[in-house]
Write a protein that binds this ligand. Structure first.
Ligand SMILES: Cc1cc2nc3c(=O)[nH]c(=O)nc-3n(C[C@H](O)[C@H](O)[C@H](O)COP(=O)(O)OP(=O)(O)OC[C@H]3O[C@@H](n4cnc5c(N)ncnc54)[C@H](O)[C@@H]3O)c2cc1C
Length: 464
């Protein structure tokens, strides 16, 4: 094998790949770095709803790799990976270009899973990337526009009905956001906002089943009822077929058809086909086919290859949720270990701290579940969620623009101190409502940091 240059190739510019590249650049990694992604832009997935609602703009939620990596020293190649030859240490791209590597980072994420439901891939809209958010946005605008012009009540109702398939976090966040947003859009067109329907179909009897956000079920159910139009939840509904303007599902053994012009698919993920195709034995994968990695995030059979995020699981370790916050932290560990390898130093195991979960439950309405001990809802929850994610957006200018200069420790202490007393019956979780006190002030990143510090310290004290 010819490999004249020591170079690290990163496949996938998502939370694992992009942040590995940025950390490497920041750490003055001595080898050349090539980042390959088929997209032109990085999709900040947790904020895609904000892009749909117009709460945030394209540069924040869907920035271009070129801009993000400007002056970083990382070479960005927009191309699709076609094959990965782990034996030859070679990656081939669709354009015909190929790269050899001394080290490889697999950050290809996962793909949408359709569970064999007929028509789902063809007619339902997925939500994974910025362009999906754009397609949903365009479809909804077009349906509302048509609905305004149609007299036939049945046809109009179909155009005004959105079916979201899958009651996991993405489905709930999307349904809640649309149940606030669509009535506003439709009213702006002169329509009757009460005609808008947002229907959430969930296969299981419970929403968020088996998800890291399961503890927020009650809050999510309540939020669904409190939207501008309530989200109509149909539990125990198994989608059986998707048509261009209808969903077929089974409920209590009966077949039901729901006419809906917009159908959004958030019902599952599957292992990336390129990851499936790698010559890694079954015993070095999990039951979904994801790759097992060592605590230092290296493949068991190919230690020069690192993998993290949605396409990898740690061998024998605690099972980490497939989330951005995990991938983001793993990226720092990969960068550290790549540099250690280049300099002949020892590698460190990845440290992933789960700081809690955040869910968007409508426009400017979220819930932050911090270390499963504090639940911050409403606009305050929204500010914490947005602040936390904006802290992760790679361009520092975004942070400062959004947090604002008026933000101070003092505001935080005053308001949080007064309100953090509101204990729930079992005393284990505290519900904080700082919305009224802080008014419209942007608490954002600082509150999030303080809150995390505060609860983190409490947690430590509890353990000692
Ligand atoms: C709508 C939505 C909302 C979410 N909300 C949250 C949230 O609130 N909090 C949270 O923590 N997590 C959230 N997640 C999950 C989180 O986004 C993922 O866990 C995270 O992005 C995984 O990072 P990754 O690096 O493994 O993959 P990704 O971030 O998915 O990156 C994979 C990259 O690989 C590229 N790629 C794939 N195939 C190829 C190919 N053949 N050639 C070239 N490039 C390729 C893709 O273009 C993509 O850029 C959400 C996910 C979605 C879809």
């Amino acid at each position: 094998m010819t490999n004249p240059v020591y170079q690290t190739v990163i496949l996938g510019g998502g939370f694992t790949g992009l942040f590995t590249a940025l950390y490497l650049s920041h750490e003055h990694y001595p080898r050349s770095v090539i980042l390959v992604d088929r997209e032109e832009r990085f999709s900040f997935k947790p904020l895609l709803y904000e892009y749909c609602t117009g709460e945030m703009d394209m540069e924040e939620v869907w920035p271009s790799f070129k801009e993000l990596l400007q002056d970083s020293g990382v070479i960005f190649v927009q191309d699709a990976v076609e094959t990965i030859d782990l034996q030859q240490r070679e990656v081939k791209l669709t354009s015909g270009t190929s790269y050899n590597y001394s080290n490889l980072v697999l950050g290809l994420g996962s793909v949408t899973g359709y569970s064999g439901v007929a028509g789902a891939k063809e007619y339902a809209l997925p939500l994974r990337m910025g362009e999906d958010a754009l397609a949903i946005d365009q479809k909804l605008h077009s349906c509302l526009q048509q609905a305004r012009e149609i007299q036939d009540p049945e046809l109009r109702q179909k155009l005004l009905t959105v079916a979201v398939i899958g009651g996991g976090p993405t489905g709930i966040e999307m349904a809640c956001t649309l149940a606030d947003l669509l009535p506003i859009w439709y009213e702006a067109l002169g329509g009757n906002q009460q005609e808008v329907r947002v229907v959430l179909l969930n296969h299981s009897k419970e929403i968020l089943k088996g998800d890291v956000n399961a503890g927020l079920r009650g809050t999510a159910l309540q939020a669904m009822q409190e939207r501008a139009v309530p989200v109509e939840l149909i539990s125990g509904a198994a989608a059986t077929a998707i048509h261009p303007d209808a969903v077929e599902y089974k409920l209590d053994e009966k077949s039901v058809t729901l006419p809906a012009s917009t159908i959004i698919w958030t019902a599952g993920t599957a292992t990336h086909p390129l990851i499936k195709d790698l010559p890694i034995p079954t015993e070095h994968r999990d039951k979904h086919g994801r790759l097992q990695v060592t605590p230092t995030l290296q493949l068991l059979d190919f230690p020069e290859v690192f993998a993290a995020g949605d396409c990898a699981v740690q061998q024998g370790g605690e099972s980490l949720p497939a989330t951005a916050q995990v991938a983001y932290q793993q990226a720092a560990a990969i960068a550290h270990n790549l540099k250690a390898l280049a300099l002949g130093r020892g590698l460190k195991p990845a440290q992933v701290n789960l700081r809690g979960t955040l869910m968007k439950l409508g426009i400017e309405n979220s819930v932050a579940n911090v270390f499963d001990r504090l639940e911050v809802k409403g606009r305050a929850g929204h500010l914490i969620r947005q602040g936390t994610y904006l802290e992760m957006v790679p361009n520092r200018a975004h942070e400062f623009k959004v947090t604002g200069e008026w933000l101070s420790d003092e505001i935080f202490h005053r308001h949080m101190g007064a309100e953090a007393e509101d204990k729930t019956a079992d005393g284990s979780k505290t519900t904080v409502r700082i919305l009224e006190l802080v008014g419209g002030a942007v608490v954002g990143v600082l509150v999030a940091r303080k809150l995390l510090q505060m609860v983190g310290n409490e947690g430590k004290n509890d353990q000692t």
